[in-house]
Write a protein that binds this ligand. Structure first.
Ligand SMILES: C[C@H](O)[C@H](O)[C@H]1CNC2=NC(N)=NC(=O)C2=N1
Length: 96
């Protein structure tokens, strides 16, 4: 899988308006806030299962009801189709 570039990249990111570029890294990130820890961790559990299924994993952190997620492809050292796919799955799992 190669790094996403050019029109393909712009097209893909246009469908992920809540994901923002990351300073200093070829990556995208999004923050989520839930009602409580239980909701946040349930979301993380569902994302973890989806990530494991596609063998593509987020860089993420959780503080109580907040989850911050960064997506990049370590093997190609940049943003790839896998990150776009996982971002779409994450948005659906978050109900957004
Ligand atoms: C061995 C395993 O398949 C690889 O390390 C996978 C695991 N999950 C991954 N996740 C991400 N974000 N990038 C990778 O390159 C990657 N590689």
């Amino acid at each position: 899988m190669a790094i996403l570039a050019g029109d393909e990249r712009r097209e893909a990111l246009s469908k992920l308006p809540d994901w923002k570029p990351v300073d200093g890294r070829d990556a995208i990130e999004r923050s989520f806030q839930f009602k409580n820890f239980s909701q946040a961790f349930g979301f993380m559990t569902r994302v973890a299962l989806a990530a494991e299924k596609m063998d593509h994993h987020p860089e993420w952190s959780n503080v109580y009801n907040k989850v911050d997620i960064l997506l990049t492809s370590h093997d190609v050292k940049g943003l790839s189709e896998r990150d776009i796919k996982l971002a779409g799955i994450i948005d659906r799992l978050a109900g957004t």
